[in-house]
Ligand binder design. Structure first.
Ligand code: F6R
Length: 608
């Protein structure tokens, strides 16, 4: 998703803008640009492709001389990636330059409105409409122009704005997309995310929806859309910049896979006190829980796969009907949601637009909303009735690993907590599950110890053209995530199937040498899975089986086998995901793929 930076201070702006953009590369982008106030004009440079192209074009920013500027990495939505469509976008007379993250939904209507009044457009972007509207409404008062422009646009935005008539001010505004202000000494900054700021300052202000910021070298002011000043809290960032850097590993993804024992421990341990789960952040009473007649889980991508696992676990342990719906579908359904529904919203970024809108829809229909989010202060976290943070730390690789695992950990915490509140667990069962939870980080570490075995198997499989993942129940939900991990970073075509569904069509695709990854960690269904493995082997498949230790690997007839530690059933997904992530990682590495930034993908999907 697009990344925004902005600088005002005493130093040359361009080199820092370029540096700041490198820290936002993880968001995914296809072009980049900067605009710097120089000699009474706003000077722009843009380049399609890698950020390095822009660095080369501007000689690392040395070509620019000015102390005020904005920069942008673009992930195309309206208009293909190109120099012209890159940001900053400028107005026709060059009075305004704008960088934008988000989507202006009514941009065609606004473009028509402006065209009829003689304004000419050069790009295909929705963002240009903002620059042009600013100029159209500008009669000497920049605030007035910003206010009138924002009143006309519908959609989402985080904006950085320069005006040629005001060489000492950087303007910013936000709605539904993140924007952070960095507060420095004699210099101030804006950025889409904190890692871009940390080399300069640890003092940040999070701009909220429908707020406008005015930054000068020595002041930061925030206003509402009514231009009344708003007092904002400055937050001190304690986590280290190295937490957001590769730390010696070849890829962020690998580093983040290895960080999972700690991330899961950080998420679980503060919430277990004296053998009991304490969720201070939840304001739930037992009565409120008893009154619920359904749980509906809303999420996208990997977070949706966490939701699928949650469905199995909640229905098994709570006996409350639980539905999991892809957020982008939920928005346009007529969902059965009422004030007896608990909507659980799962999102690493907390800014995924479809998920945010699905949550709003569930709220409108009366549901109580509980979000599971990694990014503190993100839109989903702020708008939900309750939020439980996953403490995974910043996740930089586009493909999620540690955030996924911490989401699973929160699902486990919630399931046990709710089951206990509902009186579904004996004290003995409760104690066993708490012990299981506490043991989880150690078992994840044990599963990671098998990485060399996974690497060897990956070396035998990385030329595969099609890979099928099969499993039943929890293992089916895991198959979906294993398959997604593989295809998104290695570009190998892969499908996940409920193992019992194979013979209803898919089995016709199995031929000599087709690789099938068969997940069979679920003891109750081992025999069924063994039959499915035989079915595909008979048709020529090569099978990589995933089992629990002592869980039948030898008798399965799989060509390759991997084992995970034994654990109570509800925790098995947290262990099974480890070899699947590693398998995807090693295959992608062997194929020389751009693992941390797979093509066409963005870390934070803030458009529909
Ligand atoms: C896949 C992946 C995506 C995200 C999805 C939701 O590896 O990372 O499928 O899970 O885009 O993102 P969040 O969790 O930020 O809402």
């Amino acid at each position: 998703m697009c990344g925004i930076v902005g600088y005002i201070g005493a130093e040359e702006a361009a080199p820092w803008l370029l540096y700041g953009l490198t820290k936002l590369e993880y968001r995914g982008y296809d072009s980049a640009g900067i605009a710097v106030f120089e000699g009474g004009n706003i000077r722009v440079a843009k380049a399609k492709g890698r950020l390095q192209n822009l660095v080369d074009l501007t000689h690392g920013g040395a070509d620019f001389h000015g102390n005020l500027g904005i920069g942008h990495t673009r992930w195309a939505t309206h208009g293909a990636p190109s120099d012209i469509n890159s940001h900053p976008q400028t107005s026709e007379l060059g009075k305004f330059a704008v960088v934008h993250n988000g989507i202006i939904e009514n941009y065609l209507e606004l473009r028509e409105f402006l065209s009829q009044r003689g304004v000419s457009f050069v790009s295909e972007t929705d963002t240009e409409v903002i620059a042009q509207l600013l100029e159209y409404y500008y009669t000497g008062n920049i605030f007035e122009a910003i206010g009138k422009t924002l009143a006309r646009v519908t959609g989402s935005y985080a904006l950085g704005i320069l005006c040629r008539d005001d060489p000492n001010t950087l303007y910013a505004a936000r709605k539904d997309n993140p924007l952070i202000i960095g507060v420095g000494q004699g210099e101030n900054f804006i950025a889409s995310d904190i890692p871009a700021l940390l080399s300069k300052t640890r003092e940040v202000i999070r701009l909220s929806d429908l707020e406008i910021a005015r930054l000068r070298a020595d002041s930061v002011e925030v206003f509402g859309l009514d231009f009344e000043p708003i007092k904002k809290k400055t937050e001190h960032i304690t986590w280290d910049v190295s937490a957001a850097e590769k730390g010696g590993y070849p890829h962020f993804m690998f580093k983040e896979i290895l960080e999972q024992p700690k991330a899961v421990a950080d998420t679980i341990s503060p919430r277990i006190r004296d053998g009991r789960i304490v969720l201070d952040e939840l304001k739930f009473t037992r009565e409120e829980l008893v009154n619920l007649d359904r749980i509906c889980i809303l999420a996208c991508g990997s977070a949706y796969h966490v939701g699928m696992i949650a469905k199995y676990i909640f229905e098994e342990m709570l006996r409350v009907p639980t539905e999991v719906t892809i957020a982008s579908e939920f928005r346009y359904e007529n969902p059965i949601v009422s004030d007896k529904t608990l909507a659980i919203i799962i999102s690493q970024s907390g800014e995924t637009l479809d998920t945010l809108e699905a949550m709003r829809e569930a709220k409108r229909r009366g549901a109580r909303t509980l979000s599971i989010v990694n990014v503190v202060g993100s839109a989903i976290a702020l708008e939900a009735d309750d939020v439980i943070y996953t403490w995974a730390g910043p996740e930089i690789a586009v493909a999620t690993t540690k955030a996924y695992s911490t989401q699973l950990a929160v699902i486990d915490l919630l399931a046990i907590y709710f089951a206990d509140l509902l009186g579904k667990l004996t004290p003995e069962e409760y104690a066993v599950l708490i012990a299981g939870l506490e043991a989880l980080p150690g078992k994840i570490a044990e599963a990671l110890e098998k990485k060399d075995a996974v690497q060897y198997i990956a070396s035998q499989c990385f030329n595969a053209k099609n890979i099928f993942f099969i499993g039943r129940n929890l293992d089916y939900a895991m198959s979906l995530e294993g398959s997604l991990k593989l295809k998104e970073i290695s570009y190998i075509h892969s499908e996940a199937y409920a193992a019992g569904e194979l013979k209803h069509g898919t089995i016709s695709l199995i031929e000599d040498g087709t690789l099938v990854v068969a997940l069979s960690t679920y003891a109750r269904l081992f025999e069924k899975m063994r039959n499915n493995i035989l079915e595909v082997k008979t048709r020529g498949a090569t099978v990589l089986g995933l089992f629990t230790k002592g869980g039948g690997a030898e008798s399965s007839k799989a060509d390759f086998a991997l084992e995970i530690p034994q654990a109570p059933t509800m925790f098995l997904p947290s262990l099974a995901i480890i070899p699947l992530q590693l398998f995807a990682y090693y295959i992608a590495a062997m194929k020389g793929c751009d693992i941390d930034k797979p093509r066409n993908l963005a870390k934070s999907v803030t458009v529909e």
